[in-house]
Write a protein that binds this ligand. Structure first.
Ligand SMILES: Cc1cc2nc3c(=O)[nH]c(=O)nc-3n(C[C@H](O)[C@H](O)[C@H](O)COP(=O)(O)O)c2cc1C
Length: 189
């Protein structure tokens, strides 16, 4: 069993990311290979990075960091639900990543992005660059949703196409594969 953390990285009031996060959580829960937990950065509400020591030292002074560390330590795989903000990803996302170090290492991640015509692909590239510094394996299989509001009904329910459902399934299967490979690797560390 793999602990999959689905992380919603937009935090503003009225954000759409939580809609995708809730939808993906329900989809992922159908898979017997995963224990799924949704981590909402708005709820977790980390302050701007305020630890004195480099996170690789794991000398955390604040309870909010210890709580966040325990959540990510527990993970075997991640999906980041990310919008594109100014051709990049959100400040809350970078802040949450920067808080920790070894907790992220040698684990697979997939990116579920949404945006205008770019579908959040520029944000995806920026995420890959940052996560590579922490030895996170970002899988190629991703979900990219262009002009995303077209997939919401009037009640703001997400109405995915078959193609979106298919790419989502492929993305989750990639996390199963890499999740198992890297979990076995970590057990030898
Ligand atoms: C600060 C900010 C910057 C944005 N920059 C981009 C952008 O570079 N590319 C894009 O496709 N959409 C951009 N948008 C529009 C977002 O795709 C849209 O607002 C989306 O709902 C943001 O995700 P969220 O609702 O989860 O916060 C931006 C929105 C905000 C608030």
């Amino acid at each position: 069993m793999l602990n999959l953390k689905i992380i919603v990285t937009s935090t503003r009031p009225g954000r759409k990311g939580i809609i995708f996060g809730n939808w993906l959580t329900e989809v992922a829960k159908q898979l017997p290979q995963f224990n799924v937990e949704l981590l909402d950065l708005a709820e977790i509400n980390l302050p701007m990075m305020n630890e004195a020591n480099h996170p690789a030292m794991r000398k955390y002074e604040h309870q909010h960091t210890r709580n966040w560390s325990a959540k990510i330590e527990d993970a075997d795989a991640f999906v980041f639900i990310t919008p594109e903000y100014n051709f990049g990803f959100t400040a809350a996302f970078k802040n949450a990543v920067d808080y920790l170090h070894f907790e992220w290492k040698h684990k697979p991640a997939a990116i579920f992005s949404y945006g205008g015509i770019s579908a959040g692909t520029r944000a995806q590239q920026a995420v890959r660059l940052v996560l590579s510094s922490l030895s996170v394996t970002v899988v190629n299989e991703a979900v990219t949703i262009p002009m995303f509001t077209q997939y919401f009904d009037e009640e703001l329910n997400f109405q995915p196409t078959e193609q979106i459902e298919r790419t989502t399934a492929q993305m989750l299967q990639a996390l199963v594969k890499w999740g198992n490979v890297l979990k076995a690797g970590r057990s030898e560390e």
